[in-house]
Ligand binder design. Structure first.
Ligand SMILES: [Zn+2]
Length: 494
């Protein structure tokens, strides 16, 4: 039986990424001397623009250095992932596609797809896209440098660009880990019988499938917020965070206050002299808007706050005061709170129920939290102001090379760009890049796992459903994927 997710995909297809498949001799002159890994992973356009030698360097940097380090960083930073890895509940392989796109495609992104195998068993597949354009050598003004002889581009050797890539890859890998560990909320598939519609499905079936998917899928602020907690979020979105304290009229010299945050998040206030467009940009901050600023900028803050609440429910807090009265925030406590939230989801507690219980009922469910966060809840506004003030105070310290990073993977006051060294070889048993530029079926064994998404828990995954996945599956060249469109915050550090 041929089933399709088409109706559902159209809902979430914010942005589709077309991946050219490697087919035989499309590279013409290069074919004979093309290194196997370049032939497998790189698009024809990337090859035409950057050439064999530099793409070979790029593939190796991603495959043997950045990617295994990012996987190990996540495994060792979260006990929940460590345990899942031991139980084969995280995948061991993934595809890599190196494209060239000078039109706003992000530096890296994760693509995934929900599939049924020949026996109608659900499995998930995923792959990493890397945009060679964003890793090409540039001059100090940010312009591409072309080889004077060949006109080709070279891969950057600039540490800052590689560090930016490493941060984004860490963010992307969090999506991949959650694709397996928190599959319901990431995939939106609660029951393959409901989610995958036969071609002859009735309107009622389609409506039920869409309703189930909406009730299961994590809101974007949550899936992006979790991933953004691990990257250099404060550093690379500093402008947006600055707006949260200057929006109400204060200058850049000021500090954050709960009142200014509430003002910036509020739907109703339109200050004198402010243009409606400007106002809307800030109103986008509300998590419920499900837009770029809300997903990344506010998603980061909202997930930090939920992590603090999860810690509070165990009697600890990330916030404390130094003897001279300065408030400090312990990133390890927030990381541990996030770990607990992911684990509860994996064990079948919905995000609705988690939010209700860790807030002692202050937020009724996910939707109520989205509505009230900062805007209509003092505790969240006070915590968020404290966190941002702490990061700002670190940023203003004398002698620093960089602004505060903002990742919970390291102490907030460490002066660094990224935890990953793209010049260092590494190995990981998780999500190793295999010989495929396509989506690769997850090997995670979720036999017996009944995890939870936003408002629904899955049926227990059917025995062997994941094990039936093939490493890579046929690609018909005319397919689009629900992608992860907006992981674009790294930009370029020159
Ligand atoms: Zn993302």
């Amino acid at each position: 039986m041929r089933r399709t997710l088409a109706a559902l995909l159209s809902l979430i297809l914010l942005f589709s990424l077309h991946i050219p498949a490697f087919a035989g001799d499309v590279f013409g002159q290069y074919t004979s001397e093309l290194p196997a890994e370049v032939a497998i992973h790189c698009s024809e356009e990337a090859l035409n623009v950057m050439g064999v030698e530099d793409l070979d360097k790029l593939v190796r940097m991603v495959k043997y250095r950045a990617q295994p380090q990012a996987a190990e960083l996540l495994r060792t930073s979260f006990p929940a992932f460590e345990e899942a890895a031991r139980n084969n509940q995280l995948g061991t392989q993934i595809g890599l596609n190196i494209l060239y796109d000078d039109n706003n495609a992000p530096m890296a992104s994760v693509i995934w797809d929900n599939n049924l195998d020949d026996e109608d068993r659900f499995f998930l597949s995923y792959g990493i896209n890397v945009n060679a354009f964003t890793l090409a050598e540039r001059d100090e003004a940010g312009n591409l440098i072309r080889d004077p002889q060949t006109g080709m581009l070279h891969m950057t050797t600039d540490n800052a660009s590689l560090d930016a890539f490493a941060c984004i890859l860490t963010h992307e890998m969090m999506h991949v880990f959650m694709n397996d560990y928190n599959r319901s909320g990431m995939s939106g598939v609660v029951d393959p019988e409901v989610s995958f519609l036969p071609a002859y499905a009735t309107d009622e079936d389609a409506a039920a499938a869409i309703a189930a998917q909406e009730a299961t899928t994590f809101p974007k602020w949550f899936s992006e917020g979790c991933a953004t907690m691990l990257e250099n979020a404060y550093m690379c979105m500093q402008e947006s965070y600055d707006e949260l304290r200057t929006f109400g009229g204060g200058g850049l010299d000021g500090w954050y206050s709960p009142e200014d945050l509430r003002f910036a998040f509020a739907e109703t206030a339109l200050p004198d002299g402010m243009e409606p467009e400007e106002y809307e940009a800030m109103a986008d901050m509300q998590p419920s808007y499900d837009l770029r600023a809300s997903a990344y900028v506010s998603g980061y803050l909202a997930c930090q706050y939920l992590s603090e609440l999860a810690a509070n429910s165990k009697g600890i807090s990330a916030c404390s005061y130094t003897p001279d009265g300065f408030e400090t925030i312990d990133s390890a406590v927030l990381r541990s709170g996030l770990n607990d939230i992911l684990r509860m989801l994996h064990e079948g507690v919905t995000l609705d129920d988690i939010i209700y219980s860790i807030s002692d009922g202050r937020f009724y469910d996910t939707e109520d939290f989205e509505r009230a966060f900062i805007t209509d809840d003092d505790d969240s506004a006070i915590f968020t102001a404290s966190l941002l003030n702490y990061l700002l105070r670190i940023t203003r310290e004398n002698g620093r090379s960089f602004p505060a990073n903002g990742s919970v993977l390291y102490p907030f006051d460490v002066d660094y760009l990224t935890q990953i060294d793209c010049t260092k070889n590494a190995q990981s048993g998780l999500y190793q890049i295999i010989d495929s530029n396509d989506l690769v079926g997850s090997t995670a064994n979720l036999d017996g796992v009944s995890d939870a998404g936003k408002s629904l828990s899955t049926l227990t995954y059917r025995s062997g459903a994941m094990l039936g996945a093939v490493p890579a599956y046929g690609y018909d060249g005319d397919y689009s994927y629900p992608g992860d469109p907006a992981c674009i915050y790294g930009g370029y550090y020159n």
